[in-house]
Design a binder for this molecule. Sequence first.
Ligand code: KMH
Ligand code: ZN
Length: 311
Amino acid sequence: MAKKKNKVIITCAVTGAIHTPTMSDALPYTYDDITHQALEAAEAGASILHLHARNQKDGSPSVDPDDFKPFLQRIKQSCDSVLNISTGGSLTMTIQDRIKPANTFSPEMCSMNMGSLNFSFHPLAKRYDEWKFDWEKDYVANSDGNIFRNTFKDIKEAADTLAPHNIKFEHECYDVGHLYNLKFCMDIGLFKQPIFLQFVLGILGGIGAEIDNLVFMKRTADRLFGSDYQWSVIGAGAAQMPMASTASQLGGNVRVGLEDSLFITRGELAKSNAEQVRRVRRIIEDLGCEVATPDEAREMLDLKGADRVAF
Ligand code: KMH
Ligand code: ZN
Protein backbone atom coordinates (compact mmCIF):
# COMPACT_ATOMS: atom_id res chain seq x y z
CA MET A 1 0.00 0.00 0.00
CA ALA A 2 1.98 2.97 -1.26
CA LYS A 3 1.93 6.23 0.64
CA LYS A 4 1.98 8.95 -1.97
CA LYS A 5 4.60 11.45 -1.03
CA ASN A 6 3.06 14.38 0.82
CA LYS A 7 -0.53 13.23 0.20
CA VAL A 8 -2.80 13.21 3.21
CA ILE A 9 -6.20 11.53 3.26
CA ILE A 10 -8.84 13.45 5.21
CA THR A 11 -11.60 11.30 6.68
CA CYS A 12 -14.65 13.11 8.00
CA ALA A 13 -16.73 11.27 10.63
CA VAL A 14 -20.01 13.06 10.27
CA THR A 15 -22.13 12.21 13.31
CA GLY A 16 -21.03 9.12 15.32
CA ALA A 17 -22.61 7.98 18.56
CA ILE A 18 -20.82 9.93 21.29
CA HIS A 19 -22.41 13.36 21.03
CA THR A 20 -26.11 14.09 21.38
CA PRO A 21 -28.36 16.71 19.78
CA THR A 22 -28.38 18.93 22.89
CA MET A 23 -24.63 19.39 22.67
CA SER A 24 -24.61 21.16 19.32
CA ASP A 25 -27.24 22.29 16.83
CA ALA A 26 -24.71 21.42 14.14
CA LEU A 27 -24.68 17.68 14.95
CA PRO A 28 -26.59 16.04 12.08
CA TYR A 29 -29.09 13.26 12.71
CA THR A 30 -31.78 13.45 10.04
CA TYR A 31 -31.21 11.78 6.65
CA ASP A 32 -31.25 15.21 5.03
CA ASP A 33 -28.75 16.79 7.37
CA ILE A 34 -26.38 13.80 7.31
CA THR A 35 -26.53 13.87 3.50
CA HIS A 36 -26.05 17.61 3.28
CA GLN A 37 -23.16 17.74 5.75
CA ALA A 38 -21.44 14.72 4.23
CA LEU A 39 -21.58 16.32 0.78
CA GLU A 40 -20.28 19.62 2.11
CA ALA A 41 -17.42 17.79 3.83
CA ALA A 42 -16.61 15.96 0.59
CA GLU A 43 -16.61 19.25 -1.29
CA ALA A 44 -14.23 20.69 1.33
CA GLY A 45 -11.73 17.85 0.83
CA ALA A 46 -12.80 14.77 2.77
CA SER A 47 -12.03 11.83 0.52
CA ILE A 48 -13.47 9.36 3.05
CA LEU A 49 -16.79 9.81 4.86
CA HIS A 50 -17.16 7.68 8.01
CA LEU A 51 -20.89 7.24 8.55
CA HIS A 52 -23.17 6.28 11.43
CA ALA A 53 -26.96 6.49 11.33
CA ARG A 54 -29.34 7.95 13.85
CA ASN A 55 -33.02 7.75 14.59
CA GLN A 56 -34.77 10.42 12.54
CA LYS A 57 -37.06 11.59 15.27
CA ASP A 58 -34.84 11.88 18.32
CA GLY A 59 -31.24 11.57 17.09
CA SER A 60 -30.41 8.43 19.07
CA PRO A 61 -27.80 6.09 17.52
CA SER A 62 -29.21 3.50 15.11
CA VAL A 63 -27.77 0.46 13.33
CA ASP A 64 -30.96 -0.25 11.40
CA PRO A 65 -29.95 -0.59 7.73
CA ASP A 66 -33.16 1.30 6.88
CA ASP A 67 -31.69 4.33 8.64
CA PHE A 68 -28.54 4.15 6.49
CA LYS A 69 -30.08 3.50 3.10
CA PRO A 70 -31.58 6.94 2.40
CA PHE A 71 -28.38 8.86 2.94
CA LEU A 72 -25.95 6.26 1.54
CA GLN A 73 -27.65 6.36 -1.82
CA ARG A 74 -27.94 10.12 -1.96
CA ILE A 75 -24.35 10.74 -0.91
CA LYS A 76 -23.04 8.20 -3.42
CA GLN A 77 -25.03 9.78 -6.23
CA SER A 78 -23.69 13.27 -5.54
CA CYS A 79 -20.01 12.81 -4.71
CA ASP A 80 -17.06 10.58 -5.35
CA SER A 81 -15.82 10.20 -1.76
CA VAL A 82 -15.28 6.75 -0.29
CA LEU A 83 -18.15 5.77 1.98
CA ASN A 84 -17.09 4.02 5.18
CA ILE A 85 -19.86 2.46 7.27
CA SER A 86 -19.32 2.19 11.03
CA THR A 87 -19.52 -1.19 12.73
CA GLY A 88 -19.14 0.55 16.09
CA GLY A 89 -22.83 1.34 16.43
CA SER A 90 -23.10 2.54 19.99
CA LEU A 91 -21.67 1.20 23.22
CA THR A 92 -24.58 -0.97 24.29
CA MET A 93 -25.26 -2.73 20.97
CA THR A 94 -24.24 -6.29 20.11
CA ILE A 95 -21.65 -7.06 17.46
CA GLN A 96 -24.32 -8.94 15.48
CA ASP A 97 -26.42 -5.78 15.19
CA ARG A 98 -23.42 -3.53 14.66
CA ILE A 99 -22.25 -5.37 11.55
CA LYS A 100 -25.67 -5.50 9.86
CA PRO A 101 -25.28 -2.22 7.92
CA ALA A 102 -21.87 -3.16 6.49
CA ASN A 103 -23.08 -6.68 5.73
CA THR A 104 -26.14 -5.26 3.98
CA PHE A 105 -24.47 -2.54 1.91
CA SER A 106 -20.98 -3.97 1.26
CA PRO A 107 -19.22 -0.59 1.33
CA GLU A 108 -15.67 0.11 0.18
CA MET A 109 -14.67 0.57 3.83
CA CYS A 110 -16.00 -0.08 7.32
CA SER A 111 -14.65 0.37 10.81
CA MET A 112 -13.28 -2.56 12.83
CA ASN A 113 -12.67 -1.91 16.51
CA MET A 114 -9.63 -3.81 17.73
CA GLY A 115 -10.30 -4.30 21.42
CA SER A 116 -12.56 -3.74 24.40
CA LEU A 117 -12.18 -0.71 26.62
CA ASN A 118 -13.92 1.53 29.10
CA PHE A 119 -15.35 4.19 26.78
CA SER A 120 -16.89 7.07 28.64
CA PHE A 121 -18.11 10.57 28.08
CA HIS A 122 -20.07 10.91 31.34
CA PRO A 123 -18.25 14.14 32.35
CA LEU A 124 -20.15 15.88 29.52
CA ALA A 125 -23.46 15.30 31.32
CA LYS A 126 -22.65 17.99 33.88
CA ARG A 127 -22.55 20.70 31.23
CA TYR A 128 -26.27 20.62 30.43
CA ASP A 129 -29.30 21.41 32.59
CA GLU A 130 -31.86 20.79 29.87
CA TRP A 131 -31.85 18.17 27.15
CA LYS A 132 -33.60 18.20 23.79
CA PHE A 133 -34.62 14.53 23.96
CA ASP A 134 -35.45 12.17 26.84
CA TRP A 135 -32.82 9.52 26.06
CA GLU A 136 -29.82 11.85 26.05
CA LYS A 137 -29.15 12.48 29.74
CA ASP A 138 -29.02 8.82 30.81
CA TYR A 139 -27.11 7.85 27.69
CA VAL A 140 -24.35 10.33 28.49
CA ALA A 141 -24.39 10.16 32.32
CA ASN A 142 -24.42 6.35 32.41
CA SER A 143 -21.54 5.94 30.00
CA ASP A 144 -19.25 5.56 33.05
CA GLY A 145 -20.72 2.05 33.28
CA ASN A 146 -20.01 1.16 29.65
CA ILE A 147 -17.52 -1.24 28.24
CA PHE A 148 -17.12 -0.94 24.48
CA ARG A 149 -17.08 -4.66 23.88
CA ASN A 150 -14.85 -5.93 21.09
CA THR A 151 -13.62 -9.33 22.27
CA PHE A 152 -11.53 -11.61 20.06
CA LYS A 153 -14.70 -13.60 19.45
CA ASP A 154 -16.57 -10.44 18.40
CA ILE A 155 -13.75 -9.41 16.09
CA LYS A 156 -13.68 -12.88 14.52
CA GLU A 157 -17.43 -12.84 14.02
CA ALA A 158 -17.25 -9.45 12.32
CA ALA A 159 -14.27 -10.43 10.18
CA ASP A 160 -15.77 -13.78 9.12
CA THR A 161 -19.18 -12.28 8.32
CA LEU A 162 -17.75 -9.42 6.30
CA ALA A 163 -14.95 -11.37 4.56
CA PRO A 164 -16.94 -12.08 1.34
CA HIS A 165 -17.40 -8.33 0.74
CA ASN A 166 -13.73 -7.39 0.23
CA ILE A 167 -14.17 -4.34 2.47
CA LYS A 168 -11.10 -2.39 3.60
CA PHE A 169 -11.21 -2.10 7.37
CA GLU A 170 -10.48 1.06 9.30
CA HIS A 171 -8.84 -0.72 12.25
CA GLU A 172 -9.64 1.53 15.20
CA CYS A 173 -6.97 1.18 17.91
CA TYR A 174 -7.58 3.02 21.17
CA ASP A 175 -4.42 1.92 22.92
CA VAL A 176 -1.16 0.17 22.15
CA GLY A 177 -2.53 -3.24 23.18
CA HIS A 178 -5.03 -3.03 20.34
CA LEU A 179 -2.15 -3.08 17.86
CA TYR A 180 -1.05 -6.39 19.36
CA ASN A 181 -4.64 -7.65 19.14
CA LEU A 182 -4.59 -6.80 15.44
CA LYS A 183 -1.26 -8.52 14.94
CA PHE A 184 -2.65 -11.63 16.62
CA CYS A 185 -5.75 -11.52 14.40
CA MET A 186 -3.54 -11.21 11.33
CA ASP A 187 -1.41 -14.14 12.48
CA ILE A 188 -4.51 -16.35 12.66
CA GLY A 189 -5.60 -15.19 9.21
CA LEU A 190 -8.48 -12.82 9.99
CA PHE A 191 -6.96 -9.77 8.29
CA LYS A 192 -4.41 -9.34 5.54
CA GLN A 193 -1.95 -6.65 4.57
CA PRO A 194 -2.15 -3.95 3.45
CA ILE A 195 -3.97 -2.66 6.53
CA PHE A 196 -5.31 0.77 7.45
CA LEU A 197 -4.84 1.78 11.09
CA GLN A 198 -6.82 4.48 12.83
CA PHE A 199 -5.02 5.52 16.04
CA VAL A 200 -7.66 6.89 18.41
CA LEU A 201 -6.21 9.18 21.07
CA GLY A 202 -8.03 11.00 23.83
CA ILE A 203 -11.08 8.83 24.54
CA LEU A 204 -11.67 8.51 28.30
CA GLY A 205 -10.70 4.85 28.74
CA GLY A 206 -8.10 4.81 25.96
CA ILE A 207 -4.61 6.22 25.46
CA GLY A 208 -4.24 9.97 26.04
CA ALA A 209 -3.89 12.49 23.22
CA GLU A 210 -0.20 13.32 23.53
CA ILE A 211 2.44 13.47 20.85
CA ASP A 212 4.60 10.95 22.74
CA ASN A 213 1.73 8.48 22.62
CA LEU A 214 1.16 9.04 18.91
CA VAL A 215 4.85 8.40 18.22
CA PHE A 216 4.70 5.31 20.47
CA MET A 217 1.69 3.95 18.56
CA LYS A 218 3.40 4.61 15.24
CA ARG A 219 6.69 3.02 16.27
CA THR A 220 4.90 -0.01 17.67
CA ALA A 221 2.94 -0.35 14.43
CA ASP A 222 6.19 -0.10 12.43
CA ARG A 223 7.65 -2.99 14.43
CA LEU A 224 4.52 -5.12 14.16
CA PHE A 225 3.43 -4.41 10.60
CA GLY A 226 6.55 -3.29 8.72
CA SER A 227 6.16 -0.59 6.12
CA ASP A 228 3.16 -1.96 4.24
CA TYR A 229 0.41 -0.15 6.06
CA GLN A 230 -1.34 3.21 6.13
CA TRP A 231 -2.32 5.05 9.26
CA SER A 232 -4.44 7.93 10.36
CA VAL A 233 -5.20 9.64 13.65
CA ILE A 234 -8.25 10.79 15.60
CA GLY A 235 -7.63 13.25 18.41
CA ALA A 236 -10.84 13.35 20.43
CA GLY A 237 -12.25 16.67 21.58
CA ALA A 238 -9.78 19.53 21.88
CA ALA A 239 -6.98 17.30 20.61
CA GLN A 240 -8.51 17.02 17.14
CA MET A 241 -6.54 19.66 15.23
CA PRO A 242 -3.26 19.30 17.19
CA MET A 243 -3.16 15.54 16.60
CA ALA A 244 -4.13 15.94 12.94
CA SER A 245 -1.40 18.52 12.36
CA THR A 246 1.20 16.27 13.99
CA ALA A 247 0.06 13.19 12.08
CA SER A 248 0.29 14.98 8.74
CA GLN A 249 3.93 15.81 9.52
CA LEU A 250 4.74 12.24 10.57
CA GLY A 251 3.53 10.81 7.25
CA GLY A 252 0.05 9.89 8.43
CA ASN A 253 -3.51 10.68 7.47
CA VAL A 254 -6.15 12.49 9.51
CA ARG A 255 -9.73 12.13 10.68
CA VAL A 256 -11.90 15.03 11.75
CA GLY A 257 -15.67 15.46 12.06
CA LEU A 258 -18.37 16.12 14.64
CA GLU A 259 -18.33 12.45 15.68
CA ASP A 260 -15.18 13.04 17.71
CA SER A 261 -15.13 16.79 18.37
CA LEU A 262 -17.90 19.38 18.28
CA PHE A 263 -15.44 22.28 18.27
CA ILE A 264 -13.55 24.32 15.71
CA THR A 265 -11.27 25.80 18.34
CA ARG A 266 -11.23 25.75 22.14
CA GLY A 267 -14.64 26.90 23.43
CA GLU A 268 -16.15 27.54 19.98
CA LEU A 269 -18.57 25.04 18.48
CA ALA A 270 -18.00 24.14 14.83
CA LYS A 271 -20.81 25.24 12.53
CA SER A 272 -20.56 22.07 10.48
CA ASN A 273 -18.39 19.11 9.59
CA ALA A 274 -17.17 20.99 6.52
CA GLU A 275 -15.81 23.77 8.70
CA GLN A 276 -13.52 21.25 10.42
CA VAL A 277 -12.49 19.75 7.07
CA ARG A 278 -11.65 23.18 5.69
CA ARG A 279 -9.62 23.99 8.81
CA VAL A 280 -7.59 20.79 8.73
CA ARG A 281 -7.09 21.14 5.01
CA ARG A 282 -5.68 24.61 5.48
CA ILE A 283 -3.31 23.36 8.18
CA ILE A 284 -2.16 20.42 6.05
CA GLU A 285 -1.57 22.61 3.00
CA ASP A 286 0.13 25.36 5.01
CA LEU A 287 2.52 22.73 6.34
CA GLY A 288 3.48 21.69 2.81
CA CYS A 289 1.36 18.59 2.20
CA GLU A 290 -1.44 17.98 -0.29
CA VAL A 291 -4.87 16.57 0.31
CA ALA A 292 -5.57 13.24 -1.42
CA THR A 293 -8.49 13.08 -3.83
CA PRO A 294 -10.96 10.20 -3.48
CA ASP A 295 -9.28 8.34 -6.33
CA GLU A 296 -5.86 8.86 -4.77
CA ALA A 297 -7.25 7.57 -1.47
CA ARG A 298 -8.63 4.52 -3.28
CA GLU A 299 -5.21 3.84 -4.75
CA MET A 300 -3.37 4.47 -1.46
CA LEU A 301 -5.69 2.14 0.47
CA ASP A 302 -6.15 -0.44 -2.30
CA LEU A 303 -9.95 -0.23 -2.26
CA LYS A 304 -12.32 -2.33 -4.33
CA GLY A 305 -14.03 0.66 -5.98
CA ALA A 306 -17.33 2.49 -5.70
CA ASP A 307 -18.89 0.34 -8.41
CA ARG A 308 -18.67 -2.72 -6.15
CA VAL A 309 -20.88 -1.61 -3.28
CA ALA A 310 -24.48 -2.70 -2.70
CA PHE A 311 -26.33 0.58 -2.49
N1 KMH B 1 -15.73 7.77 17.53
C1 KMH B 1 -14.61 6.89 17.47
C2 KMH B 1 -13.66 7.21 18.57
C3 KMH B 1 -16.75 3.10 15.02
O1 KMH B 1 -17.44 3.83 14.36
O2 KMH B 1 -16.56 1.91 14.75
C4 KMH B 1 -15.06 5.49 17.51
C5 KMH B 1 -15.59 4.98 16.22
C6 KMH B 1 -16.08 3.59 16.30
O3 KMH B 1 -15.53 5.60 15.19
ZN1 ZN C 1 -17.53 5.93 14.23
